[in-house]
Structures are given as structure tokens and as C-alpha cells.
Design a protein around this ligand. Structure first.
Ligand SMILES: [Zn+2]
Ligand SMILES: [Zn+2]
Length: 254
């Protein structure tokens, strides 16, 4: 019989997560090179292109927003302190379900808490342990995670569209005064960037739609399995309030 130590596997996932941060930085750098240095940057000088300026402005704005939300999702501790920061949420949850017991933490487990074997503790409104943000996605950092998904989806879609002129130029052999010849190295970078960004844009679209429906029904990815068909979800406060719960909690922290 195979003797697998699950705890060792979990700590491996944590180390693997830090490599994902490096991978994230590498993809951002490659994309920046392809979009800013190769494709649109050269169109700003010597003759100014308004389209290039507009694309670069949106690109940089989204880049700042997604890096900010990513950093917050990585750095924010998803477990709320016992100071009552999430008092209202816990009160609503306690009113509709009982407090449990976590055998791993060996302590009481408030409603809507789930034990994460990678973080080795219970996390309020745990959604999943995300290897991209090397953190649990829970009550405190769910909004940052959602914003990260949204901004990254918009940015990757913009990058896919912004790189199309390179392919037209390369395969169509256009040679106007405004364009410059692409070296094989630059074209390879553009090709790789397009494939990566297209793959991310398509998978992020699925994630954005999925998490939007979870957000509006006040459900986490873990709780989806607890839901019973035909019965109203006990934490569902209505779309508007469900939305406000995530964003209000987030506002209080800052
Ligand atoms: Zn626990
Ligand atoms: Zn975790």
C-alpha cells in the first residue's frame, strides 16, 4: 500500500505557490515587453499616435490595478481576528447553523469556517486555497481576489487585441512608414505572449462568471456542495446585500 504523507504534500504546495509568484512576474514582464517596447511604444516617437497613447494608458492603468489587487490577495490574512471584525456575518451564520468543532485545530469552529490543510487552520468563508496567490481565499481577501480576476481578464483581453496588428504585419507583409520590421526574437515574444494571454483570458472568463454567480448567491466554492436543490440557501440575503457584504467587510478593514 502506498504510504503518502499528506502534510508533506501540503507544504510542497506552499513552496510551489512561491514559484507561481515568480511565474506571474515573468508573464507580466514578457507581456510588458511585447506590448510596450515592441508594439505600441515605438509609435509614440517621433510621430505621436493617439491610438498608441490610448492603448498604453489603459494597459498601464489595468496593470497597476491588477498588481495592486494581486498583492493584496497575497498579503492579506484571510482569517479575521477575534476582535469582531466580521461580527455581523458570524451572527447571521450562527443564527442559522450551529457552531462545530474542528478536530485538526482542536477548537470550536464557527459557522462558515472550513479547515485548510495547507494553511493548517480554519478559515472563515474559505473559498479555496489558491496557489496563484499563495494564500487561502476567505472572508477578508475575497474581494481582492475577485478584483484580481476581473482586472486580469480585462488586461489579458486587451493584450490579445493589441497584439493582433503584429500578426497582420508579419503575415501580410505590410511595410508602411509607421511600422518597423520585427526581428524573429521579438516576433517569438509576441507569439508566446499572445498564446499565454489568450489562454488566461478564456479561462478567466469562466472564473469571473462562476465567482460572480457565487458572490450574488452568498456562497463559497466549498459551500456549493452543501447546498440542497430547491431549498433557499440559508446565507442568501438577496443579491444586493450579498454583494455589499463582501465589499462592506473589505471597506471596514482599511
Ligand atoms: Zn481547523
Ligand atoms: Zn489555505
Amino acid at each position: 500500500m502506498l504510504n503518502i504523507n499528506l502534510f508533506k504534500f501540503c507544504s510542497f504546495l506552499r513552496v510551489f505557490g512561491y514559484l507561481m509568484i515568480l511565474l506571474f512576474a515573468a508573464i507580466v514582464s514578457l507581456t510588458y515587453y511585447a506590448v510596450v517596447f515592441v508594439t505600441w511604444g515605438p509609435l509614440l516617437f517621433p510621430s505621436f499616435s493617439f491610438l498608441a497613447f490610448f492603448i498604453l494608458l489603459i494597459f498601464h492603468t489595468l496593470l497597476v490595478l491588477l498588481t495592486w489587487s494581486y498583492s493584496m490577495a497575497v498579503l492579506k490574512d484571510p482569517v479575521p481576528p477575534t476582535s469582531g471584525e466580521f461580527e455581523e456575518e458570524v451572527a447571521v451564520a450562527t443564527a442559522t447553523s450551529s457552531v462545530g468543532y474542528c478536530t485538526r485545530c482542536q477548537s470550536a469552529r464557527p459557522p462558515r469556517c472550513h479547515h485548510c490543510s495547507i494553511c493548517q487552520r480554519c478559515v472563515l468563508k474559505m473559498d479555496h486555497h489558491c496557489i496563484w496567490v499563495v494564500n487561502c481565499v476567505g472572508a477578508r481577501n475575497y474581494k481582492y481576489f475577485l478584483l484580481f480576476l476581473l482586472y486580469t481578464f480585462l488586461e489579458t483581453t486587451l493584450v490579445c487585441l493589441a497584439l493582433i496588428p503584429n500578426f497582420i504585419r508579419f503575415f501580410g507583409g505590410t511595410n508602411s512608414t509607421k511600422t518597423h520590421k520585427l526581428s524573429p526574437g521579438a516576433f517569438s515574444a509576441i507569439f508566446l505572449t499572445s498564446i499565454l494571454n489568450l489562454a488566461f483570458a478564456l479561462s478567466l472568463l469562466c472564473f469571473v462568471v462562476m465567482h460572480l454567480s457565487l458572490l450574488l448567491s452568498n456562497t463559497t466554492s466549498v459551500e456549493v456542495h452543501e447546498k440542497k436543490k430547491g431549498i433557499r440557501w440559508r446565507y442568501d440575503l438577496g443579491r444586493k446585500k450579498n454583494f455589499e457584504q463582501i465589499f462592506r467587510a473589505y471597506k471596514l478593514q482599511d
